[in-house]
Design a protein around this ligand. Structure first.
Ligand SMILES: Cc1ncc(COP(=O)(O)O)c(C=O)c1O
Length: 396
């Protein structure tokens, strides 16, 4: 496998040189004001990326999965009722985590390829007149299927039902790449990881808590130690952690937020939409379909591409790695073998994306699929040529 090729997995993403350098730093005293000069700006930067004025940001040495656990264990008690839809592997895993913690999950089974059913949420929440449901889970971007969901609609469902449940949003593969509005959507806990929109190596669970979620922590009885937000907050007050922080990654996170905010969040989102639209033009030219059921749920960070019946989509991923030294994502869970995924998030340009499209095309032809070499590349080229990145930047 060549280290020169970009990766096209949906996270970890390609790491900009400036961020690699920022992570590579000498040891400092992690219980000192010098550490505070990294920690506090990083937390402020994350809050801005979340589009929040008020969220309390906590950053754990962990991954997105640890962020899920932080949300659950700090706000809930065993036996509490949670409402969640299962529409892909990541929503499934969050549900599984709830169940392992002894929570009572009401699951709305949803076709893999569809977005979250906000109308179903509203019906269930309206029927829950005694407010047994304590939390609603929402996976903003299902990385397994390349499906984004309408979080504003989920918030509306809660409001229309007049229901006080907390809203937890998994933004692991959306935050920092797709529009995310913590305050506007009244999100109570947002979960992210360092290795996607923040373009860093894996290693940080990044969460934002609302005032209402912080209030819930006072009565929540699920056991927690490593992920206790109050222990963490006490540490922060002294420029420290309750344990040893990942200082280099935090320095990288601070720099990543600076980069995202300097580009401008709306420009970052528009860049992801442009790049994704080029990939989708290629998929269309290949005569293939996305797993995502309709354009309103197309993800701008990952495309899960269905291959014809009887063809094992995972062969494309294996072949790409072995023959061309390029990484794509395999299908997961219900769609394993049925889709392969092109990740197009984080640090990516048109030219890099075209190389991924060209590689996918070579693999499919090598493996006998009826695809015309150059067809997807030409479709994406045409889109990028007519919608150049520079025009977007100049318009900003
Ligand atoms: C939407 C989503 N949620 C949660 C996770 C789990 O995050 P991690 O692998 O960082 O633990 C992932 C990982 O890809 C994801 O895509």
């Amino acid at each position: 496998m060549s280290f020169q090729n970009p990766v096209f997995i949906p996270g970890p993403t390609n790491i900009p040189e400036a961020l690699r350098k920022a992570c590579d730093m000498p040891t400092i005293d992690h219980r000192s004001p010098l550490f505070g000069q990294i920690l506090h700006p990083a937390r402020r930067g994350v809050r801005q990326v979340l589009k929040s004025d008020t969220a309390k940001v906590f950053i754990f040495p962990s991954t997105g999965t640890g962020g899920w656990e932080t949300a659950l264990t700090n706000c809930l008690s065993a036996g509490d009722k949670v409402l969640a839809a299962r529409n892909g592997m990541f929503s499934h895993r969050w549900i599984d985590m709830c169940q392992r913690h002894g929570l009572d999950v009401q699951i709305v089974e949803t076709p893999w390829g569809d977005g979250l059913p906000a109308d179903r949420y509203e019906e269930i929440l309206t029927a829950d007149t005694s407010h047994q449901i304590k939390v609603v889970l929402a996976t903003h971007n299902e990385t397994a299927t390349g499906v984004k969901s309408d979080i504003a609609a989920v918030r509306k469902a809660l409001d229309a039902a007049g229901h006080p449940a907390l809203l937890f949003v998994d933004g692991v593969s959306s935050i920092g790449s797709m529009d995310f509005r913590f305050d506007d959507w009244s999100v109570d806990v947002a979960v992210a990881g360092s290795q996607k929109g923040f373009m860093l190596p894996a290693g940080l669970a990044i969460v934002g808590f609302s005032a209402k979620a912080m209030e819930a922590t006072k009565t929540a009885a699920l056991p927690r130690t490593f992920f206790d937000v109050h222990d963490m907050a006490k540490g922060y007050d002294n420029n420290a952690y309750p344990y040893t922080p990942a200082v280099g990654l935090l320095n990288g996170l601070n720099e990543a937020c600076t980069m995202l905010l300097a580009e401008g969040l709306e420009n970052v989102f528009a860049r992801h939409t442009r790049i994704a639209t080029g990939v989708r033009a290629a998929v269309d030219a290949w005569g293939l379909n996305l797993c995502a059921a309709s354009p309103d749920v197309y993800s701008d960070t990952v495309s899960a591409i269905c291959t014809p019946d009887g063809f094992n989509a995972t062969d494309i991923v294996t072949h790409a790695a072995e023959t061309y030294g390029v990484a794509f994502g395999v299908g997961l869970g219900e769609v394993a073998g049925k889709v392969f995924r092109i990740g197009h998030l984080g640090s990516l340009t048109d030219v890099m994306t075209l190389s991924g499209i060209a590689t996918a095309e070579m693999c499919m032809v090598d493996l006998g699929l009826d695809i015309k070499l150059g067809s997807g590349v030409a479709a994406a080229q045409e889109f990028y040529r007519l919608n150049p990145a520079a025009r977007l930047q100049n318009a900003a």
